[in-house]
Write a protein of this length. Structure first.
Length: 48
């Protein structure tokens, strides 16, 4: 389980600042969920 959290932390650190701000507060520790939510945020921000 710790390796999953480490992957999430590393992934969050590589996100664009605007997406990191949207995702950061949610404390997601499941890597596939984190990737999915960040993709959704990215698509939403590009649509604006």
């Amino acid at each position: 389980m710790e390796a999953e959290e480490d992957k999430c932390v590393k992934f969050k650190n590589e996100l664009r600042p605007d997406i990191k701000q949207l995702i950061g507060f949610s404390e997601i520790r499941n890597f596939p969920t984190l990737v999915n939510k960040s993709c959704i945020c990215d698509k939403d921000s590009r649509a604006k």
